[in-house]
Design a binder for this molecule. Structure first.
Ligand code: UDP
Length: 457
C-alpha cells in the first residue's frame, strides 16, 4: 500500500558507509522500505556510485555526495583517520548541497537513514528539520560493547579476566571486538566504532541489522535507552525462501561474481559435501595463515569452494590450485547468497563478518569460525557458544589457526557428533530468521511501524 504524506509518498535518503559489508544490508533495507510504500534514494560516494547497477529487481534511485576522494575511495587516504575527517567535512557539505537541491524540486526529503559510522549525517538531518534514523550494521551485542566503552563504563583494553555487560554472556577479553582489546593496533578504527554513539541519543530511530530472536536480552536492554528496532536479517527473501529463480540482484558490487562457474561446479557435487571458504571483502590474511588454511582444507578431504581475492592469490602455496583441482575450486569472488543456498554446501569457513554470519545463520549453514579482527571475534564467540551454530577454530600463541585445527573443525561439522547438533540448531535459526522477516514477524512489524510513523509524522 502506498503511504501518503501531505499528498506525496514519504521520501527517505539512505546513506551508507562506502564498503560492501555496509552497502549490502542498507540497500536491502531500502528495498523493504520501498516495498512498503516509502520512496527511497540511496546516497553514496561518487567513487562508489560507479559500481551501482539498477535493474528490474532494484529500482532504488541513487544520488551521490563526496567523501573528498572521488577518484579512489578509502585506500587513497593517507590514513583512516584522515579519510574519516575529510569525509565528515566534505560529506556534511555535499549532503547539505544535495538536500538543498532536492528541497527546491518536488522531491522534498522527510527522513535520513544514515550509517552509524557517519554520525555527522544526523547533524545535517536536524539542520533541515528531518527525521534522523541511525542504521547499525553490527550485532546488538557488539553495539553494546562499543556503547559501554563510549560511556567510559568499560575500559579498553579491559582489565578484568571476565567482562560482564547487560544482555551479554560473560566474555573474555579476546571475545571483545579487536578494536577494543587490541587498541594500539587500530586507534583510528577504535575512534570510529566508539563515535557511533556520540549523538545516538538525538536520533529519532535506532535501526539494527539483526533480529529480535537472535539477541533478545541485549535488544531489550538497549531498547530501554533508545527507540531501537531490529529489521534483519537484510537478506532478499528469495534466498530465505530458497527460491533462486532468475533474480540476480547483488546491488552494489565491487567484484563481479563468476556466478555460472561456481554454480555449475556446485551442481556437480553431492548434497552437503562442499566446504565454502570466504574471508569477506576486507580481511587480508598473513601468508602463513593462508598456507595453514590451504593444507587444512586439503587434509579435511572435503570438496571446497574457496574465495581468494585476486590480490591474495600469490599467498597460496605453490601449485596448490593445480594439485587440488580434483577437490576444490578457487575463485576471486562468488555470489555468496546463491552459494550458501546451494544444497551442496555442508559448512562455511568464515571470517565471521556480520553479514556473512547473518547470512549463514539465516540460510542454515553451519560455520567454522576463523575471526580476523574488528567485530568478528565477538561474532565467533556467539556462533559457537550462544547460537551453537558452529565451531571456533582455536588459534596458537602466534595467533594462527593451524592446519590440524582447520581439518578437525571441518571434519567435526561434516561428519562428527557435534556436527549433528550444530546442523539441528542451524535449521532452527534458519526458521526463526525467515519468520522474523515474513509478514507479521518481529522485523517486518518493526519496519511497518517505522514506515507508518514516517508517513504520518
Ligand atoms: N560476499 C559475496 N561474495 C564473496 C564474498 C562475500 O557476495 O565472494 C558478500 C557477502 O555475502 C556479504 C559481504 O560480501 O554480504 C561481506 O560482508 P561481511 O560483513 O561478511 O564481511 P566484510 O567484507 O565487511 O569483512
Amino acid at each position: 500500500m502506498e503511504k501518503e504524506r501531505n499528498g506525496h509518498s514519504a521520501l527517505c535518503l539512505v546513506l551508507s558507509y562506502p564498503t560492501q559489508g555496509h552497502i549490502n544490508p542498507i540497500l536491502e533495507f531500502s528495498k523493504r522500505l520501498e516495498h512498503k510504500g516509502i520512496k527511497v534514494t540511496l546516497v553514496t560516494t561518487r567513487f562508489m556510485s560507479k559500481t551501482y547497477h539498477k535493474d528490474a529487481s532494484n529500482s532504488i534511485a541513487l544520488e551521490t555526495i563526496s567523501d573528498g576522494y572521488d577518484e579512489g575511495r578509502i585506500g587513497h587516504a593517507e590514513s583512516i583517520q584522515a579519510y574519516l575527517e575529510r569525509f565528515c567535512r566534505v560529506g556534511s557539505q555535499t549532503l547539505t548541497d544535495l538536500l538543498e537541491k532536492l528541497s527546491s524540486s518536488s522531491n522534498s526529503v522527510d527522513c535520513i537513514v544514515y550509517d552509524a559510522f557517519l554520525p555527522w549525517a544526523l547533524d545535517v538531518a536536524k539542520k533541515f528539520g528531518l527525521v534522523g534514523a541511525v542504521f547499525f550494521t553490527q550485532s546488538c551485542a557488539v553495539d553494546n560493547v562499543y556503547y559501554h566503552v563510549h560511556k567510559g563504563l568499560l575500559k579498553s583494553p579491559p582489565s578484568e579476566p571476565q567482562i560482564l555487560l547487560p544482555g551479554l554472556p560473560p566474555l573474555q577479553p579476546q571475545d571483545m571486538p579487536s578494536f577494543i582489546y587490541d587498541l594500539e593496533s587500530y586507534p583510528a578504527f577504535f575512534d570510529m566504532v566508539v563515535s557511533q554513539f556520540s549523538n545516538v541519543d538525538k536520533a529519532d530511530w535506532v535501526i539494527c541489522n539483526t533480529f529480535y530472536e537472535l539477541e533478545p536480552e541485549v535488544v531489550d536492554w538497549m531498547a530501554k535507552m533508545w527507540p531501537l528496532r531490529t529489521v534483519g536479517p537484510t537478506i532478499p527473501s528469495m534466498f530465505l525462501d530458497k527460491r533462486l529463480e532468475d533474480d540476480k540482484d547483488y546491488g552494489f558490487s565491487i567484484f563481479k561474481p563468476n556466478s555460472d562457474a561456481c554454480m555449475k561446479w556446485l551442481n556437480d557435487h553431492p548434497k552437503g559435501s562442499v566446504v565454502y571458504v570466504s574471508f569477506g571483502s576486507l580481511a587480508s590474511l598473513d601468508v602463513e595463515q593462508m598456507e595453514e588454511l590451504a593444507w587444512g582444507l586439503r587434509k579435511s578431504n572435503s570438496f571446497f569452494l574457496w574465495v581468494v581475492r585476486a590480490f591474495e592469490e600469490a599467498k597460496l602455496p605453490k601449485n596448490f590450485v593445480e594439485e587440488t583441482s580434483d577437490k576444490g575450486l578457487v575463485v576471486h569472488w562468488c555470489p555468496q547468497l546463491e552459494v550458501l543456498t546451494h544444497e551442496a554446501i555442508g559448512c562455511f569457513v568464515t571470517h565471521c563478518g556480520w553479514n556473512s554470519t547473518l547470512e549463514a545463520l539465516s540460510l542454515g549453514v553451519p560455520m567454522v569460525a576463523v575471526p580476523q579482527w574488528t567485530d568478528q571475534t565477538t561474532n565467533a564467540k556467539y556462533i559457537m557458544d550462544v547460537w551453537k551454530m558452529g565451531l571456533k577454530a582455536p588459534a596458537d600463541e602466534k595467533g594462527f589457526v593451524r592446519r590440524e585445527a582447520v581439518e578437525r573443525c571441518i571434519r567435526e561439522i561434516m561428519e562428527g557428533e557435534k556436527g549433528k547438533e550444530i546442523k539441528k540448531n542451524a535449521l532452527k535459526w534458519k526458521t526463526l530468521a525467515k519468520e522474523a522477516v515474513d509478514q507479521g514477524g518481529s522485523s517486518d512489524k518493526n519496519i511497518e511501524e517505522f514506515v507508518t510513523k514516517l508517513a504520518h509524522s
